[in-house]
Design a protein around this ligand. Sequence first.
Ligand SMILES: Nc1ncnc2c1ncn2[C@@H]1O[C@H](COP(=O)(O)OP(=O)(O)OP(=O)(O)O)[C@@H](O)[C@H]1O
Length: 488
Amino acid sequence: MLKVQNVSGGYGSTPILADISFEVEKGKMLGILGPNGCGKSTLLKVISGIMKPSTGTVYVDGKEIKNYSSKQLAKKMTVLPQLHATAFSNTVRDTVSLGRYPHQSGFFSSWKTEDEQAVVKAMDQTGVRKFEKAQLEYLSGGEQQRVFIAQALAQSSNLLLLDEPTNHLDIAHQKQILDMIRKEVTEHDLTVVSVFHDINLASLYCDEILLMEDGKVRANGVPHEVLIDDRIMDVYNARISMQAHPEQPKPQMTILPDLIELAKEKLITAKNFKIKDEYVEFKSDFPLRVLSSAVHNAGLGWYSNFINRTVNQDYNIDQVKEEFLGYLIEKGFAPTNTVGMMTAVDTRNAIIKQYEATFGDVFVIVTAGIGNAMDVSRTFDREHNDYIGTINTWIVINGKLSDEAFVQGMMTATEAKTKALHHEKVYDKISNTVATGTPTDSLLIAATQQGELMQYGGPITEVGKVIGKGVFEATLEAIQNYRKGELQ
Ligand SMILES: Nc1ncnc2c1ncn2[C@@H]1O[C@H](COP(=O)(O)OP(=O)(O)OP(=O)(O)O)[C@@H](O)[C@H]1O
């Protein structure tokens, strides 16, 4: 659909674009990214024919753009530039109707039904029909932006060139406009080339990204190949981190700020832990990075409060999330800053152990109930289990772990727990084989993220060794406590 071949050019004698080549297939959306002043808008001007390149060629549908008449080209492509002069007074409907000019055959041509339909459809798609009679100058910046997008859509060309189309829009309208453009791309083979400043929006909505730097192409391809941490940090000269999007296989960027924090030591000591009648509590005056399989706030996050709560054996788990939330509020724990686990075991029997390591102290807290213990390799043909029991494990580390070390630490801890069950000869009541855990065990690793980064957390790393020993010993004692309780 669009082919840009060895394009160079600039303003007067100042070169801006240097040997730019890329192609966009019909029905695809290309996002142009790059720092301020790198030449994104200039490239759009060359593609649209507003500016002539000093060398190189732009083809639309296999034909050089200079061989199209301006009206022919306007039927092929629509340009929505970055800034719009809004000084002229016009109604919204008239402004959108201007998009139909390439389709008018003469100066006094009649307005056809298809022109009317295209204008109404574009106003509906962008949600501006409700202001159709209003004067453009009385609309907000974001509303005006949507009117110009409507004008571009009303032109009904196959190639849309956009310069920061969602610039003035709030998130709901960014989403509405980009969802709508994406729909036209997917369902009606519209081809879009759009400049973005927002790397995340470009990643989410575009099939391909062209990353520019100093008038040149730094990278071109699918988002996950172009948007790589080190490359983005280098091009934009800013610290960032790429993360997975929760729903789409598209990378998303987070800025890593260089904040000057008060030099306050972030230290967890035994005083942070309390065993109360109904729960074990760990409260910190700063958030820790946490990975857990808890009931409340599971997954990866930052939290300051932790609770492992005893519930009755007949606790109704149908509405566990809502019930737990109510409990946290009642006990004064901020729900957005708390990780919560539950157990039928009496938490007054919790084991808290402290281990010294060169990077800092590690705390391991375990509550163990084994009435429900099972051998994970033998549960495949069971439907449910009538026994109750849970092993909940917390590992709190004065140290800094990578994501990799968090996951490896979870594995190391699980292996250590299983070894403790083995050592204590805990059996699966049905298969009569050594148990590996219970069906409802929860595990949590929390780290202060202070000090030197520990990249790995496997069994032979320093942190892994402490986790292995600590979880084994604490689980052993917790099982012994549980058994003592059963005998009473
Ligand atoms: N009309 C002009 N005359 C002379 N120089 C210009 C003109 N327009 C832009 N430039 C210069 O060309 C360079 C590239 O500008 P361009 O607008 O293409 O960058 P951009 O990547 O779109 O930037 P931004 O992200 O800030 O919108 C800049 O150094 C700019 O100052």
